[in-house]
Each structure stands twice: as structure tokens, then as C-alpha cells.
Design a protein around this ligand. Structure first.
Ligand SMILES: [Zn+2]
Length: 112
């Protein structure tokens, strides 16, 4: 059993215990409501923290080394030139002309 599961199980047991205490309080009118509310709050905080931490971990982007090359292109529509940095492993990609908005696909001829 890993650490996270053990921790979650502990929290689940605590939550059930507090729930039972709150029921006991309702039926016996012990006036423990404030204490029970605080207990729920204390119980909820680490759970919220765990959810936030796990989301952050899953969302963290991994840096990927991409080698790019600067290349100059001439637009077939307006003849304007523009520079693009393109990944070296890519041979065809979509582009939009910054001058006239012409869209097309550029195919890089392989150097072989
Ligand atoms: Zn253009």
C-alpha cells in the first residue's frame, strides 16, 4: 500500500468518525456543533491541498528540446517575404502570411 492511499484511508476513517460524532451530537444535543465544524474544516484542508498538488503535478509541462531553423519565405499571393523559425524535423507545416493573411502549406525539400 502506498503513502497516498494510506493517507486517504486515514482521512476517510476520520471523516466517518466525525460524521458519527455529529450524529451523536444531533440525537443527544451535546452542543459540540462548533467543534465538529472545526474538525470538518481541519479534515477538508489537507484534502483540498492534495487535490491542488496532484493537479499541479499532472499539468506541469515537460520541456522538450526542439531545434529550429530560421528560414525566409516568399508569399505566393502578395510576394512579401517573411521569416519563420521551423522545427528541423518537420518537412511540411501550415503558415499564415503576415502581410496579406494568405494561408498555405510550406513543404521543405529534404536536403538529401
Ligand atoms: Zn502574402
Amino acid at each position: 500500500m502506498n503513502k497516498t492511499r494510506t493517507l486517504l484511508l486515514t482521512f476517510a476513517i476520520l471523516a466517518v468518525a466525525i460524521l458519527l460524532i455529529s450524529f451523536y451530537d444531533i440525537f443527544n444535543d451535546k452542543g459540540w456543533r462548533i467543534a465538529i465544524f472545526i474538525a470538518y474544516g481541519i479534515l477538508a484542508l489537507p484534502l483540498i491541498g492534495m487535490v491542488v498538488t496532484s493537479r499541479r503535478t499532472s499539468l506541469s509541462a515537460k520541456p522538450v528540446a526542439i531545434s529550429t531553423v530560421e528560414r525566409r519565405f516568399r508569399c505566393p499571393s502578395c510576394q512579401g517575404t517573411f521569416q519563420l523559425s521551423i522545427p528541423t524535423d518537420q518537412t511540411a507545416f501550415h503558415h499564415v502570411c503576415p502581410h496579406c493573411g494568405h494561408q498555405g502549406t510550406i513543404t521543405i525539400p529534404s536536403k538529401k
